[in-house]
Design a protein around this ligand. Structure first.
Ligand code: SF4
Ligand code: SF4
Length: 370
């Protein structure tokens, strides 16, 4: 299978440590050094992550410091603001230049759903990807995906040249009708495509769990973190090439590499434990936001939508208004409040989770009083 020599934990460069608004490159370098010293090699970035600073961080923390054949890296072609076929080569070259590499090991069309797939067809993105590969600028081509299993099947039928897919899979959304983790996984398997898993911890949501869930996990594995269950669950699936974790500090990195260095798939008992945890979580009505931030850039009121949703979920899970309000105030200190939404609908076109953002912000404004 493609990528079978790659250790299953990938370093997602989407939520790097920061000092103020800037990437903490020194801490990132320390994280990279530990990651590489344990035999992990996969780094994932994208043109749009942190307005290009993520690709630059890849260059500074990895590319400039390690031989090119000692790691593999992936980046992604953005289609959101792309209006013509002629722009594609320039965008892809910009990614190569920022990352300081001659080629990406894995190059993806970013975030395909119905709308962007139709656009990709209009702009001849798939022939462009094949040409990019033929020129030696990508070893392997694929796409990341946020939509229904039906659309995934349509794309894979039309484009057998796509060698792999990147899917959002986590134990909470395995049977979810919107995210469709299981159904998408099964389509990818049917077409024999290796799978890269993104958002295994649901943007951190599967760490801040109710006490009942945390106690359940700890009763089975007292020494393992809550996050470990989500990442090991994803890595235990057949046909998975790598599981991405967007690591933001040394503690997260050390935790992840600890249990993934000598990865053991979940045992039958552990699988049963995860199923029980899902039953407990499903009884709670939380917002399925993964904090991808695709909704944020175009918001005319600069509303920190994922930050507000995180505070709302905190309130739902822990029922502690004071703590959730503190989190809400922190999330909105530099931008619009939930009640500032002018209902333009721009954000909803970009949400891969299809969240009713406007309605949910109205509820948040009621809960937090602003
Ligand atoms: S609908 Fe509200 S939150 Fe969404 S982009 Fe418009 S103003 Fe921002
Ligand atoms: S609301 Fe949707 S687009 Fe915005 S951060 Fe959450 S999941 Fe991403």
């Amino acid at each position: 299978m493609l990528g079978e020599n790659i250790k299953k934990l990938g370093f997602g460069l989407m939520r790097l440590p920061k000092i103020g608004q800037e990437e903490d490159i020194e801490q990132t370098k320390q994280m990279v050094d530990i990651f590489m010293s344990k035999g992990f090699t996969y780094f994932d970035t994208a043109y749009v992550y942190d307005n290009g600073k993520s690709e630059i961080a890849l260059k500074e923390a990895v590319v400039d410091r390690y031989p090119r054949d000692s790691f593999v890296c992936a980046s992604k072609l953005p289609l959101w603001s792309t209006t013509s076929e002629e722009q594609l080569a320039g965008l892809a070259q910009e990614s190569l230049d920022r990352a300081g590499v001659d080629y990406f090991d894995f190059y993806l069309v970013h975030c395909l759903g119905r709308e962007l797939f139709d656009k990709a067809e209009r702009l001849n993105v798939f022939p462009f990807m094949e040409k990019f590969k033929a020129e030696g600028k990508a070893k392997h081509i694929g796409f990341s995906f946020h939509d229904s299993a039906e659309l995934l099947e349509e794309i894979l039928q039309k484009h057998p040249e796509m060698e792999f897919v990147q899917l959002q899979i986590n134990y909470k959304d395995w049977e979810d009708e919107v995210v469709q983790s299981r159904k998408c996984y099964e389509v990818a398997r049917k077409y024999g495509k290796p799978i890269i898993i993104m958002e295994p911890v649901k943007g951190g949501s599967l760490v801040t769990m109710p006490d009942a869930v945390q106690n359940l996990f700890r009763s089975v594995q007292p020494d393992l973190s809550i996050a470990s269950w989500a990442i090991r669950y994803a890595a235990s699936l057949e046909g998975v090439m790598v599981v991405l974790s967007g690591m933001s500090n040394l503690d997260q990195l050390n935790d992840n590499v600890g249990y993934m260095e000598n990865f053991q798939p979940l045992s039958e008992k552990e699988q049963e434990t995860v199923a029980k945890a899902v039953d407990i979580i499903n009884a709670l009505p939380t917002i399925p936001c993964t904090a991808c931030k695709y909704c944020v850039d175009g918001c005319p009121m600069s509303i920190n939508i994922p930050g507000i949703f995180k505070a709302m979920n905190n309130y739902t899970v822990y029922n502690n208004l004071a703590s959730a309000k503190k989190q809400y105030l922190e999330a909105t200190k530099d931008g619009g409040k939930a009640g500032d939404c002018i209902q333009c609908g721009q954000c909803m076109e970009h949400c891969p989770q299809h969240i009713e953002i406007i309605e949910t912000l109205q509820k948040a404004a009621e809960v937090f009083g602003e």
